[in-house]
Design a protein around this ligand. Sequence first.
Ligand code: FES
Length: 208
Amino acid sequence: MESISLPDIDHGRRRFLVAATGAVGGVGIALAAWPFIDSMEPSQAAIGAGAPIDVDLGRLEPGQLILAVWRSRPIWVLHRTDAQLATLPKNHPLLRDPDSKEKQQLPGFVNGDYRSLNPHIFIAVAICTHLGCVPNFMPQPEALGSGWPGGFLCPCHGSRYDLSARVFDGSPAPLNIPIPPYWYKSEKIVRIGELKGGGAQEWSPSIW
Ligand code: FES
């Protein structure tokens, strides 16, 4: 298997990239989130009480990340490209838990490199497993220096995750970011917050 080595982060460069990405990403998320929030069911009152949410994927472009909200927590919904998917198996030697065997994962739900029901659509809780910050989306290869395959960078203490939210060795975060229960009501509508048939509605990772 081909392997890559991640360099130490240039912290000066990282701060700039985080600030730039955070600003652009924040605007993008705010703009992109409106049509999705509008299309969610059930009612806002029920969502506020913790009910599952429906997200319309119809306008999610390849490479685009949006933020949904479930149980008042941010949830990433990312449309991964073929090139991004191809990076994931190569990350194995650099990951703390490449097969997501540690606690917090729903057992037997989504395993392997993609950690998703549909490889292209990645859904995860957008909370760092160290102390709970929201990591920044850093998809560009080499954005953090030679060897960076694209992924997520936590702005608080520098934890790094790949595009399946698996934590890289050497990060302060101890665990991969959890995947919430979800299922597809149709090709373009995903229900987040339960498994098909209504299971796992009480699921809650220890980072909450
Ligand atoms: S909260 Fe993310 S690295 Fe500390």
